[in-house]
Ligand binder design. Structure first.
Ligand code: NAG
Ligand code: NAG
Length: 223
């Protein structure tokens, strides 16, 4: 009896240790995602995109609008925030000047129960189909913003990429030119060393990650 409890304890310790290794993040995963996007674009003879922190902060607000509901990202129950949310909620939360909001020329969104490296999120979550690749390589974009966030208690993890055709110096301009950092979550272009699971999710419990099945949902919109 006592020995089987010890086996159980050891098993829990082992699972916890491997889960925390998998979830360790260095630097800023949203910046790493932008790097993956730009290297794919330049290798495909498209231009490299400006990493706009105001746009990226809005991408994080876009994620927050899902309130951790992975099931609302893709599939039959897919939802998306109303376009009016950009001016009403997302921009004010980021300190982005409303008058500098510029049309979104593409969006990629993915959600998965466990955390993966940005390069894997890029190729295996966000690049699900032809439509996503078309959006990635579109010549209509000039700038990009990416964000990643976990939810309370770890997963699910959401990845969001927004593209725009704005000019770097007059679109998604931040009041005082400073990005408003908020947790949980990380966004690109902000010079924020957003490393570690604590930055990605408010509290960090391992059980939900170990026990939930793999959910992968993604959607891509050209406009
Ligand atoms: C860009 O990414 C897509 C999707 O992962 C892949 O199919 C394609 O081969 C990549 N292109 C280059 C040049 O790496
Ligand atoms: C933005 O940059 C362009 C080209 O670099 C320049 O012509 C334009 O005057 C700049 N606009 C502002 C508002 O600084």
């Amino acid at each position: 009896m006592a020995s089987s409890i010890w086996v159980l304890v050891l098993a829990i310790l082992f699972i916890s240790a491997s889960a925390s290794v998998q979830n360790k993040v260095t630097d800023n995963p949203a910046d790493q995602l932008v790097a993956a996007i730009n290297s794919n674009r330049t290798a495909s003879k498209s231009s490299s995109l400006y990493s706009n922190p105001g746009l990226a902060c809005i991408a994080l607000q876009y994620i927050k609008a899902y309130q951790g509901e992975c099931g609302a990202v893709g599939g039959p129950n897919a939802k998306k925030p109303a376009d009016s949310e950009f001016a009403d909620t997302f921009a004010p939360n980021c300190g982005v000047e409303i008058s500098t909001l510029t049309p979104i020329t593409g969006r990629l969104l993915g959600c998965q129960s466990n955390y993966v490296k940005p390069s894997v999120a890029f190729s295996e979550i966000l690049m699900k189909n032809e439509k996503s690749i078309e959006i990635l390589q579109s010549k209509n974009h000039l700038e990009v913003g990416a964000a990643v966030s976990g939810s309370d208690g770890g997963g699910p993890y959401f990845w969001c990429v927004l593209f725009s055709n704005g000019k770097s110096n007059n679109s998604f301009v931040l009041e005082g030119h400073v990005a408003k950092i908020s947790r949980p979550g990380c966004f690109s272009g902000s010079n924020d060393d957003c490393s570690g699971a604590i930055a990605l999710s408010r509290t960090f419990h391992l059980w939900p990650i170990a026990l939930t099945g793999l959910i992968v949902l993604a959607y891509a919109l050209g406009i």
